[in-house]
Ligand binder design. Sequence first.
Ligand code: KIV
Length: 263
Amino acid sequence: MQTTILDLFQWKASNHKFAALTAYDFSFARLFYNEGIQVLLVGDSLGMTLQGYESTLFVRIKDIAYHTSAVRRGAPKALLLADLPFMSYSTPLKAFKNAEIVMRAGANLVKLEGGEWLCHTIKMLTERSVPVCGHLGLTPQSINILGKYKVQGRNKDSAEKLISDAIALESAGAKLIVLECVPFNLAKIITTTLTIPVIGIGCGNVTDGQILVMHDLLGITGNLIPRFAKNFLKNSNDIRSAIRCYIDEVQSGKYPSLEHTFQ
Ligand code: KIV
């Protein structure tokens, strides 16, 4: 059966924690879906994991569209999120044009990084039948503002700003939030405050779902291994059992454990 955004709302309501993964091609998408991953993301992390750049800023909309159509063919029934890459949604008009490209490539939702400034764009996209997933906390497209990839929301002001951004995105019509690298307690407040599902990465086991970059899960990331990442292949016989282990540990709350969580 097709996984839809309604399933994610239901999972949130019933406290059924779900596991999501990035995927960029047909074969991995098919394998992930067949092992039980129902939510996939064609992330602009592909700029680093597939293309070898130092950041996500070099990714183009045509790259996302190309990988989205491949992933869609591999997992026709998954709920498929696709990133709008750097500068492709800097104005509402650009967002419309580029959202159309990735939706026609097979995405179910587009993911945009940023807070309150995106509300107008989110409202307009939603009104035009393009569901939006917000992305808050560590937003890698802002690396040149942030200076380095680090935990966000550590002080009172930045924590309050993240909470108000999350509420603003939901009010504007966002259907889902990815929350990246924020302390456990703040992630808990945001997850329980919002009625839309929150998918965490580097937020502890308090969010409604978890997402990992597939290369982190398989332990093939290279030098920069984020603290929240876990190599599930290490104690598994093969990729399929690593995926099943990831799903089990997310559902039981075993992953992310304290060692993968920021306080
Ligand atoms: O681009 C990506 O893969 C992402 C995940 C880290 C959530 O945004």
